[in-house]
Every structure is written in C-alpha cells, then in structure tokens.
Design a protein around this ligand. Structure first.
Ligand code: HAM
Length: 461
C-alpha cells in the first residue's frame, strides 16, 4: 500500500484477514470482497429502475443532484452521528496527499445537506426538492443484499415542516415500488421518535431503566447504552429483546405537538390509501432523525433486507452549520430492488437488443455496408455488422447469437445489381430489395415506434 494513500475502514472491528490482504494478489484478479461488476443483463434492471425514478421525481417537481463520491469525513461523522454503526465501523476513510481525512459516501443525505448549505439553497423557493441516483460505500459484512458498494436512489424535501410532506415522501416511495411491481412484497413500518427535546427525556428514561440490568445485555447494547440508548430497542439479541419489551415507551415521552404531528401523518397516509404498520421500536440506524421515521420491510423477512427507509430530520441542517431548516427524505437500495424484481420474475424491456445484423462478402460489398451501417444507426435502427468476419455462414451464425431479428446480406451479385437481401431470422425467409430502399424497408419491418433515435433536445442560445 502506498504511503500517501492509506485506505482503511475507520475503527473497523474486523481485522483485514489474509483473504482480503493485498499481499497474495496476482493475475487473474477478482473484485474486492463485497463489490461486484454490473454485467449487461443486470444493467437493464438498473436502467429501467433509474428511468422509473427519474419519471416519478420529475413528475413531482424534484430536481436531480449529484454530490461527490467522497466528502470530508466530518460531514458524515457530524450528521450520521459518531455512535452509529455506519460511522463507528462502516466508513471507507482515507487520508489524501495532504493528510486530510476523506470518506467515500456511505449514504446520500449528508452530502445533499452540505450542498444545500454551501450553495445557499435556502434562498430558493422552499421546499427544495432534490433526488439522486448514486453509488454508496459501506464496509458492511458482505452477505445477500449487503454489499460494500451499492446503489441508492433517494430524495430530500428541504425547507418545510408539514406532516403532509412526510406522507407525500412515503407515498412517492410506495408509488415507485408499485411501478416496479414490488409494492406488495413490502410492509411500511411507521414510528415517531419525537422532537429533539422529547428524545432527550426519553433517552434519560431508557438509561434509568437499564441501570443495573447491564449484565443481561449483549456486548453491543452495553456499549450503546452510553452512546446511543435508542438503538437498544431494535437489537435482535433474545435477552435484549425481552428487556426492550418492558422498557419505557417513546409514546409516554412525546410532547402534545409531537403526538399531533404523528397523528396527522397517519391521517394523511390513510387519505392516500397507504397501508402501514405502527412499529414503536423502529428507530433507524442514523442519528439525524426527528419525529417521523419509516422503513419498507420485507413482508416475510421483516427488517432483514429492508428495501428502503427514511424520515424527518429537522435538526440536521443546523447541526451542519446552516439556518434551522426542517426536512424529510427517503432512500432505497437498488440491488435489493433488483433482487426482489427477480424474485417476482419481473422482466424489464431490453433496450440493448439489436434490430439488424449486416453481413457482407467481398471488398465492394464491405465498402457499401460500412456506409449503410452508419446510416441505419442514424435512422434509429440498432445495427451491428461483422466487418472483419470471413464467410457468410460464419456471419449468419453470429447474427443468431446476437438475436438480431433481421440480417441484411450483400455479396458480389447484390453489389452488381444494386440490391440487398433482407433475411427474417425467425422465419428463415428472405427477400431482395433495392439497396437504396434498404433503410425504408427495414423501418417498415421493425416499426417506426421501435426506433432508437438519439434526441437530447435542442440546445438554446
Ligand atoms: P439507510 O436505511 O441507511 O438510509 O439506507 C437506505 C437503503 O439503502 C436500505 O434500506 C438498503 O436498501 C440500502 N442499503 C443500505 N446499506 C446497504 C448495503 N450495504 N448493501 C446494499 N444496500 C444497502 C439512508 O441511507 C438514509 N440516507 C435515507 C434517508 C434519506 N433518510 C432521509 N433522507
């Protein structure tokens, strides 16, 4: 490892083992533990999901934002909280050449909030509604649905405090699940963790309750008791769960305003026909939340592999150095969405399928086809050609492998006669058309609406 760049998981409790150490590496290489290539077949899912997200977000007036892949480490420590698992164990933190501590983003909210403050977005009409689709990094223990690099889509509504916005966030997340065909697989868990004031009182009550019972807690919870007592409520250790059941309830420490706020969220959700389950032990794994918190749990497996989560974070912008500004947001894991779509056998349209394969024989035919391929692509026909290949037979075999529904064939005779053969690869039938009409004839066959035309919109001066 270079002296200048030391990548490590900050305070990782898992020592780098032999398998992960760099010393034995030699070609052919594997991806590092917990990360993977996105191969073309899976890319179709990513593309489709991004399209659905972009559509729903645009429709609701959100604007896209991309924050850097890495930020100063403090951005995450201060926002997510130094007593959380993410900051304590899961961050990819490294020093740059000048010794500054940087961290690969483990989640999206902190960067968006940093950007909101840095770019004076409080001057924009409020609320500012932003969304992102980005890779994130956590030094998590790799297992099904848990990776060290994963994609999230997320959105943040910053600048207004209203229970209707919390309900809208949950509604939007659910709508996207509906579009993707996986909404029935998840149950929305809802809770309130009260205002910062409520939480202070409740946290003290928890500390009092657990005082003298430390021996019955698991090792993690003993640690959490001093750092982050709320997390004791969602520990999965059996003894901790028994104690948590008898622990003081948040509801008894909520101010009348927090109670009213929570009731309003529930009323709006009912109005929007959103089913949810109230879950008083739901606290989320990040420190910045206040009032409403929610997660989309697998209907069978529960919290394990939750597909997404979010909540309100009214104190965060001030903690990060901005004016006090309320906000609410949500993020979902794209790999987990894909796993569920596959589980449901949901297929997505393949934009990568080619329309036409061009086969040719002889130098003159090659010259003509070279230009034809280019012109067909310009017309929106997805075209590949084996310009380097040998016999027509070999080329047709290749066309089959690419699943091209049509092959255009040009040999010496066709060059001489100014024609080209269009072969229907499914039926095995073929017809001869004039070379100059080839594009028109192909478009008739594949259909105008299936053309893949590049249309970025016109530039404006
Ligand atoms: P989060 O619950 O930490 O929330 O992450 C959201 C989702 O990201 C999870 O439900 C899961 O689907 C996915 N995810 C998290 N870690 C991994 C992993 N190691 N591998 C695969 N997928 C993973 C947040 O990140 C908050 N920023 C959400 C938010 C936005 N709250 C307010 N605004």
């Amino acid at each position: 490892m270079s002296d200048e760049l030391q990548v490590s998981a900050l305070n990782s409790s898992q020592p780098a083992n032999q398998e992960e150490s760099n010393f034995n590496l030699k070609p052919p290489y594997q991806t590092p533990k917990g990360v993977h290539d996105i191969l073309p077949a899976d890319h179709e899912y990513y593309t489709f999901i991004k399209k659905v997200v972009r559509h729903r977000m645009r429709q609701a007036g959100f604007k896209r934002i991309a924050t850097p892949i890495f930020e100063y480490t403090d951005v995450f420590v201060r926002s997510i909280g130094d007593a959380t698992d993410i900051v304590d164990k899961e961050m990819y933190t490294f020093l740059d050449k000048k010794g500054r501590s940087l961290t690969l983003k483990p989640e999206g909210t902190a960067g968006v909030v940093r950007s909101f403050i840095q770019n004076g977005m409080n001057q924009l009409p409020q609320p500012v509604e932003l969304y992102y689709i980005e890779p994130h990094f956590r030094y998590d223990r790799p297992q099904k649905g848990r990776y060290r690099q994963f994609w999230q889509y997320g959105f943040e509504i910053i600048g207004e405090l209203d229970p209707a916005l919390d309900a809208q966030a949950i509604f939007l997340a659910n709508k996207i699940n509906e579009d993707l065909g996986i909404d029935k697989l998840f149950k929305i868990q809802l809770n309130t963790i009260g205002s910062l004031e409520d939480r202070k009182k409740y946290t003290q009550a928890l500390r009092d309750y657990y005082y003298g019972k430390e021996r019955n807690l698991c090792e993690h919870c003993r640690d959490r008791l001093t750092k982050n007592p709320l997390r004791l409520l969602d520990c999965k250790n059996e003894d901790c769960m028994i104690l948590a059941q008898l622990a003081p309830k948040m509801n008894d420490y909520l101010s009348p305003e927090s109670k009213e706020y929570y009731n309003d969220v529930k009323e709006y959700l009912a109005e929007l026909d959103i089913d949810f389950v109230e879950n008083p032990t739901l606290v989320r794994g990040l420190d910045y939340y206040t009032n409403t918190v929610f997660e989309f749990w697998d209907a069978h497996d529960g919290a394990q592999n939750a597909i997404g989560g979010g909540g309100r974070y009214d104190g965060l912008i001030e903690i990060m150095g901005g004016q006090p500004t309320p906000a609410v947001g949500f993020a979902a894991g794209i790999e987990r969405i894909i796993a569920n779509m596959k589980r449901e056998k949901i297929r997505v349209p393949s934009k990568d399928d080619v329309h036409v394969f061009v086969a040719q024989l002889g130098k003159e035919a090659k010259k003509k086809c070279l230009k034809l391929i280019y012109e067909m692509r310009e017309s929106g026909i997805k075209t590949i050609g084996a310009l380097g290949m040998g016999s027509i037979k070999q080329q047709l075999k290749l066309a089959d492998k690419f699943n091209a529904p049509y092959t255009l064939i040009m040999g010496i005779t066709e060059v001489r006669e100014g024609t080209i053969i269009i072969r229907n690869m499914t039926k095995g039938s073929q017809e001869i058309v004039k070379f100059d009409n080839a594009i028109e004839e192909v478009i008739k066959k594949i259909g105008e609406k299936n053309l893949d035309k590049y249309s970025p919109g016109e530039v404006m001066y």
